[in-house]
Design a protein around this ligand. Structure first.
Ligand SMILES: C[S@@+](CC[C@H](N)C(=O)[O-])C[C@H]1O[C@@H](n2cnc3c(N)ncnc32)[C@H](O)[C@@H]1O
Length: 373
């Protein structure tokens, strides 16, 4: 609820800012000129955001961060590796320097800055950046995307199970590999948060619903050797998952079960069920259906762990800019929606869960985590 005080504040601000000379006046005043400067820089970042992303995309595509990971390189050496002409190379490097990704050292050397190192050390992040070329094709016409919600998009073709047409299955078999690889390689972004938020030592049997090619199951089995894990996903993913489990020699700890979690009976007898990056792909009715089935198949004392990128809860925390990304990503995907901790909590209560805990993790913009009983 917007308080009376903030309503009055909004009204006063509105009447001041609508004055034709307001901006000039505040720019000229000692106490306000810094605020105006900061606001205008932030506004420019919004205007230029798409260009910034494309510069980042170019750096990842041309392996600039990867090439600089082990040591700084001479400009000429890096230019050769990129295969660009000097003028274009200089343009890209100068842009990346201004975005705080790289820095120029003495004698024509180029070095990563902290953000550049973080990207270089994070293959999952690089894959996410690269797959944005598909998302941005849809974002070229954002108004069309809003107007034609539900129509086939580039992103919905990339995530075949997410379209209404293919619900719970895959349009083309070849799509499985590409999306599954991205899910797998980007998993540490979420898994690291889960592992730092929760210990799995007290559980015996874990069911990872929508476990994809078993990346989370494998991490869990490796970290907790006593666990017995079932990875459940659409049958189409089974081959990939089984191959990965076998490659890690974890066949005695992890099994794969194929099925559609909306239509098929869920296996029972697990003291922990996990839903990692699953709910945001689906609309409320489907999520409610799934949560109710999970509640029914859980033994007394069993727990459900949910982890996925979540939007902020304006009631309890400052709104994060990353929310905007998730709203439009899921819009372009054609189905599903981003939820806050409070939004998921509401659906959990409705499905019959009575105790719900928010687990704290170091980077909440990468994953919100809930435990429910
Ligand atoms: C976004 S991916 C997340 C995969 C994995 N948990 C991770 O974090 O990497 C969602 C997963 O849910 C699976 N999925 C979607 N609809 C499903 C359904 N109806 N039944 C079973 N699995 C489904 C997809 O195949 C996919 O592997």
């Amino acid at each position: 609820m917007v308080s009376i005080l903030s309503r009055i504040k909004n009204r006063v601000r509105r009447s001041i800012l609508l004055h034709p000379h307001a901006q000039k006046y505040f720019q000229s005043q000692f106490f306000t000129r810094f605020i105006v400067k900061k606001q205008s820089e932030q506004l420019f970042d919004l205007v230029a955001g798409f260009v910034y992303s494309q510069i980042l995309y170019s750096c990842v595509t041309l392996k600039i961060f990867e090439n600089l990971k082990s040591k700084p390189l001479k400009s000429s050496e890096l230019e050769k590796k990129c295969g660009l002409n000097t003028e274009s190379f200089d343009c890209l490097i100068s842009a990346a320097v201004s975005l705080g990704l790289l820095q120029r050292l003495d004698e024509g050397m180029i070095e990563l800055r902290t953000k550049g190192f973080v990207i270089a050390m994070n293959p999952g992040l690089c894959e996410l950046i690269l797959h944005h070329k598909i998302f941005y094709r849809d974002m070229q016409n954002p108004v069309g995307l809003l107007a034609d919600h539900g129509k086939e998009t580039e992103l919905s073709k990339y995530w075949p199970y997410a379209t209404k047409k293919n619900e719970g299955s895959f349009g083309k078999m070849e799509s499985i590999g590409q999306y599954s690889d991205l899910m797998s390689i980007s998993q540490p972004l979420v898994t690291d948060q889960i592992f730092s938020a929760h210990s799995f030592s007290k559980y015996k049997k874990v069911l990872d619903l929508g476990g994809g090619q078993a990346t989370f199951s494998i991490k869990l089995a490796t970290a907790y050797r006593h666990l017995n894990i079932t990875c459940f996903d659409l049958t189409a993913v089974s081959e990939l998952a089984k191959k990965n489990i076998k490659a890690k020699g974890l066949g005695n700890q992890i099994s794969f079960q194929g099925g559609n979690f909306f239509n098929d009976a869920l296996p029972s007898g697990y003291d922990l069920i996990t839903l990692i990056r699953v709910l945001y792909d689906h609309p409320d009715e489907k999520v409610s259906l799934l949560l109710s089935s999970i509640k029914k198949c859980m033994p007394p004392g069993g727990a459900l762990l949910i982890a996925e990128p979540m939007i902020t809860d304006p009631q309890s925390e400052p709104i994060r800019k990353s929310d905007a990304y998730f709203y439009f990503y899921l819009l372009a995907m054609g189905k599903g929606k981003p939820r806050s901790l409070a939004g998921i909590t509401k659906l959990l209560y409705r499905a019959g869960f009575s105790k719900i805990w928010k687990l704290s993790c170091p980077l909440p913009s990468q994953a919100g985590i809930l435990l429910a009983k």
